[in-house]
Design a protein around this ligand. Structure first.
Ligand SMILES: C[S@@+](CC[C@H](N)C(=O)[O-])C[C@H]1O[C@@H](n2cnc3c(N)ncnc32)[C@H](O)[C@@H]1O
Length: 239
């Protein structure tokens, strides 16, 4: 499989996704940490937020926990993942929309996502985009001037230790558990490979800068994910 077919691959594993990520210590807490790091004021009151690549809603729940008074639009290209997300209980301020980020946000009903957002959260999405630079450019356009972006993802290019731990965790736990729960190892082998190929932290900061973002900075997580899972923060310049 390739990055272009990632959403379809998620359709096939959607039902087992929550069970798998739930067994990953820190998964949900780390999403909350990344969401919190955007520093959204007043519990998000008056803000409109976008969760891109929301999957089954784990990142949406993280965003909701730090901004319970915001309006949240959560978008994913996998109908299967969205069906699992929608089956959960959400406040009326959260809306799920099927759509694909390419050089723009492509949705069947543009009225549902129209306008600029006060923050964008993209957890485990950007690594999977066939056109990463174009995707970041599209995210830049979705933000109002001055608004923050948090990208949450694995990155191991900068450290041999991180690459070794990532490979050990992938082949020792993620790939066997993934194929047990979902019946296919393909997505989890892709995950392992795509993380090894993904940008290092500084390289990704440069990529954000090239897409027009400013104030880029990187923070990591505690636990085995230290130096492996990162939050990249940046914002669209004020005009
Ligand atoms: C690993 S899941 C992460 C889900 C969620 N953000 C979380 O943290 O659990 C990645 C999600 O990104 C979605 N995705 C991948 N490429 C996409 C694209 N170009 N546009 C929209 N969603 C995409 C997949 O369908 C999948 O649900």
């Amino acid at each position: 499989m390739t990055s272009a077919t990632v959403p379809e691959a998620f359709d096939a594993v959607a039902k087992g996704y929550d069970r798998l990520v739930g067994s990953n210590p820190g998964y949900h807490e780390h999403l909350r940490m990344s969401a919190r790091r955007m520093g959204l004021a007043n519990e998000g009151e008056g803000l409109r937020l976008l969760d891109l690549g929301c999957g089954t809603g784990a990142s949406t729940a993280a965003l909701l926990s730090v901004a319970p008074k915001a309006k949240i639009v959560a978008v994913d290209a996998s109908a299967g993942m969205l069906a699992v997300a929608r089956a959960k209980s959400w406040p009326s301020s959260v809306r799920f929309v099927e759509g694909r980020l390419t050089t723009k946000l492509e949705v069947a009903e543009p009225a549902k996502v129209r306008g600029q957002y006060d923050a964008v959260f993209a957890a485990y999405l950007v690594r999977n985009l066939p056109g990463r630079d174009a995707g970041l450019g599209a995210i830049h356009e979705l933000l109002r001037p001055g608004a923050p972006l948090a990208v949450h993802d694995y990155s191991v290019a900068d450290s041999i230790r991180a690459r070794l731990i990532w490979t050990a965790v992938s082949w020792g736990i993620i790939i066997p558990a993934g194929s047990l729960v979902t019946g296919s190892a393909a997505l989890y082998r892709y995950l392992w490979r795509s993380v090894l190929r993904f940008d290092g932290a500084e390289e990704f900061e440069r990529r954000l800068g090239a897409a027009g973002f400013v104030d880029q900075r990187t923070q990591t997580m505690p636990g085995w994910q230290q130096g492996i899972v990162h939050t990249w923060l940046a914002r669209r310049p004020r005009e």
